[in-house]
Design a protein around this ligand. Structure first.
Ligand code: SF4
Ligand code: SF4
Length: 291
């Protein structure tokens, strides 16, 4: 049997106490058959995020064409795209009066545009029905289709462009098979070239076997590709079949990453054990371009 590291006491795995707003949101989501990462991943921040009117939606189904061994999303042959999803999603966001939404998806290597047009369609519909809602997209890498994907996103740019590097390049083979570190960095850089006013954002998990120096190097690489905002959180293995947690990063070390991030020039850094890519996303977006 695999040895497991004991969980230190700064790891909080349970969500805070739910509010009325939380139940209201859950009911509407269920009624509209929409999938949130918040619920699927049993995110410990769900009470806080739903309470503030923030949620992360997963579009284009729940079967990924890749198999990252840290990730709990199912894989296999994806379902055909649901053409009603953009409108359905936009209506739900309007019903819920959400102020900040993150739209993410599985990788769709089966689609000729990697799913870019579906993202753009969702953004357009949300803008139509909820013009004040801020939209962050957390995209796949659009491997082999970057030009096309960027061109499509030009028609309906988001308020924040997020694409996660997930881990240090040395660990890609093990943790992100089928993905490429440079390719992901270039996606962020090229998006920023085309939309200088739209903040770009990226994140990694720690605890997969990376060193602190590797974490800092990833951060430098992000800045070298003009990434504005950073998230770093602790990796927690979803099950014994996933990659094991190789270390629990101490809060003092997270503090060090955060300080270094601001020295490097990130406009915002959300860094801490329970930070997720979309945690406090509403506040992060505010920090850029407004000061
Ligand atoms: Fe949802 Fe992200 Fe908040 Fe977790 S941190 S509840 S995934 S919006
Ligand atoms: Fe999970 Fe994304 Fe990897 Fe697919 S590409 S397995 S959704 S981390």
């Amino acid at each position: 049997p695999m040895e497991r590291l004991p969980k230190p006491d700064w790891i909080r795995v349970k969500a805070g106490s739910p509010t009325t707003r939380f139940y209201e949101i859950k009911d509407i989501l269920r009624a509209n058959k929409l999938v949130t990462v918040c619920e699927e991943a049993s995110c410990p921040n769900i009470g806080e995020c739903f309470g503030k009117g923030t949620a992360t939606f997963m579009i284009m189904g729940d079967k990924c064409t890749r198999r990252c061994p840290f990730c709990d999303v199912g894989h296999g042959r994806p379902d055909p795209l649901d053409v009603n999803e953009p409108l359905n999603l936009a209506k739900t966001i309007a019903d819920l009066k959400l102020s900040y939404v993150v739209i993410t998806s599985v990788d769709r290597d089966d689609l000729r545009d990697g799913g870019a047009a579906h993202f753009a369609e969702c953004i357009s519909k949300i803008r139509e029905l909820s013009p004040l809602t801020r939209i962050e997209i957390l995209t796949p890498d659009f491997r082999g289709r970057m030009d096309r994907a960027l061109e499509i996103l030009n028609m309906a740019p988001p308020d924040v462009m997020n694409h996660n590097l997930e881990t240090a390049p040395r660990l890609y083979k093990e943790a992100r098979p089928g993905s490429d570190y440079e390719y992901s960095l270039n996606l962020l850089k090229r998006f920023k070239e085309q939309h200088p006013a739209v903040p770009t954002k990226s994140g990694i998990m720690v605890g997969l076997g990376e060193t602190d120096e590797e974490v800092l190097q990833v951060m430098r690489d992000m800045r070298a590709h003009n990434v504005d905002m950073l998230t770093i959180g602790q990796y927690l293995a979803p099950s014994g079949h996933h990659l094991p947690v190789r270390r629990y990063v101490h809060p003092d070390v997270f503090k060090m990453y955060e300080e270094e991030a601001y020295k490097m020039g990130f406009a915002h850094a959300a860094v801490g054990a329970m930070v997720r890519s979309s945690y406090h996303a509403d506040q992060q977006a505010h920090g850029v371009g407004t000061d």
